[in-house]
Design a protein around this ligand. Sequence first.
Ligand code: SF4
Ligand code: SF4
Length: 320
Amino acid sequence: MTNLLWLQGGACSGNTMSFLNAEEPSAVDLVTDFGVNVLWHPSLGMELGNDVRKLLDDLVAGRKTLDVFVFEGSVIRAPGGTGNWNRFCGRPMAEWVKELSAVAGFVVAIGDCATWGGIPATAPNPSDSTGLQFLKKQHGGFLGAGFRSKAGLPVINIPGCPAHPDWITQIVVALATGRGGDLALDGYQRPTTFFTSFTQTGCTRNMHFAYKVSTKEFGQRNGCLFYDLGCRGPFTRSPCNRILWNRQSSKTRAGHPCLGCTEPEFPHHDLAPGTVFATPMTLGLPNEVPVGMNKRSYLTVVAAGKAAAPDWSKDDMFVV
Ligand code: SF4
Ligand code: SF4
């Protein structure tokens, strides 16, 4: 049995909604097939009030073992570092987070708010929100850069707004089956199995990217969303076009630009006017070019691709 506790701080419950949609494996499979014992979850827990308080006290005191502590939402530190804007079971949630993290085998941050602060931590960040071990790109966050759970790992970050359901359940399975030590994490503590390739990897619009055929409207089936609609697919580490959403689609397949939600800077440019669904440009060149390119190589590739673009690349090929 793997005891798992899920708590929620400054959050919209989007990651819970996502988790409950998991298919490979599902949330139910975690319990029936992988021995996960969900001690409590804000949407699933049967206990209320003092019974939840008693559970948390038992975990902190070591009377009950906490194998996996999952946190969704930002850690709210306002006002003045007290955390009193987000109280839970008679105390600031931030105090529970600190004490439960100290006794947990593994600590898992789910979604952007828990990993790097997400939208709540966007300037001017009135709730003084932070992620568990990062504040945007800055290492440290609420628990500090040196934090290690009892199993010796830093916080395992599964970002996204929300995180894909199967990223969540597959990592929980790894922990519940004793393979937590095998998890390779990148510099932002994301499992590399999910966060090495880009959203662009597997995108059905790659040939339109290569031929610089742009789409200027949402929902169109052909054209690339990078040139005019600000798609962040070439900058964003996510498997959204390899592990599809609902097993059938992704933002870019549906004609919506990737917003870069698995990266610590999300929401990018602090949502400054003109930066959402737009490609910030200077002198006709995008301010950011795909990872691994410089502006000169980008210009060369784009000019050659555009010149070579066959007529069919401008047509809607998805005629069925
Ligand atoms: S920029 Fe976006 S829409 Fe274009 S190919 Fe890359 S991921 Fe697909
Ligand atoms: S396509 Fe981009 S914005 Fe959408 S979920 Fe994937 S990484 Fe996030």
